[in-house]
Design a binder for this molecule. Sequence first.
Ligand SMILES: Nc1nc2c(ncn2[C@@H]2O[C@H](COP(=O)(O)OP(=O)(O)OP(=O)(O)O)[C@@H](O)[C@H]2O)c(=O)[nH]1
Ligand SMILES: [Mg+2]
Length: 246
Amino acid sequence: MASTYPPASRISIVIPVYNEEAILRAAVVDLRERLKPFGWNYEIILAENGSTDKTVEIGHELVKQYSGIDGGDLKLLSLGEPNYGKAMKQGILLATGEIVICEEIDLCDTEFHRRAVDIIETGEADLVIGSKLAKGSEDQRPLIRHVASQAYSGMLKLLLGFRGSDTHGLKAFRRVALIDTVRACLVDKDVFASEFVIRADRARVAIQEIPVRVKEKRPPSINLFKRVPNVLKSVAKLTYAIRIRG
Ligand SMILES: Nc1nc2c(ncn2[C@@H]2O[C@H](COP(=O)(O)OP(=O)(O)OP(=O)(O)O)[C@@H](O)[C@H]2O)c(=O)[nH]1
Ligand SMILES: [Mg+2]
């Protein structure tokens, strides 16, 4: 469904970043260029923590250069140890837009932004998830990561009654409808994204999944297998909190 631009909503795009010196500048410049035709009033929030490379330095330069230009603000958060979920949560809580988009610096999929904002503005859903596992999606990541994502979603279905296909996809949501859900999340790191979607689903928020094409600009910085122990621990904690404590 096409919307008339510019829309009334202000859009916040939250992007967690960690050791991204190789692509940060180009990704932000390119994202801003691709947002231009939308005519949005938006802010990009770079939510960094724990980087040991030049990510923070580059982030500060970008803020100086681009903040407040062409309807787009640029902010940088930079606090503490590497922690994806914590950075995402802090970024969302700082966001001021009516619609919040959760991005990843290696994806920056403006086609998803446009489609998701349309769906939210027309009132079809309050939370839109870009699924790399739904019918019609195209996952160009290595097969092992695709299979790992399928196994992870299967585990969430089994343990937590998750009804969708992917909790780790890009997301967009109406801020007032979901901000309390964000605040209620207990786990951080990788599993924060799953807890957020599962809590929203259990609260019967109107969720729509849309298939996306995932093509990363670079392989992930953290090895898949190194993430497994913490993911299992967090899923166990979440299962106890949701299923047993209620
Ligand atoms: N602030 C912060 N950002 C992180 C951290 N780890 C990863 N990110 C960011 O999160 C985004 C996704 O990270 P990737 O390394 O691509 O991981 P991925 O396996 O593709 O992520 P998923 O498939 O969504 O699980 C990128 O923008 C990273 O910079 C972290 O510890 N802290
Ligand atoms: Mg990635």
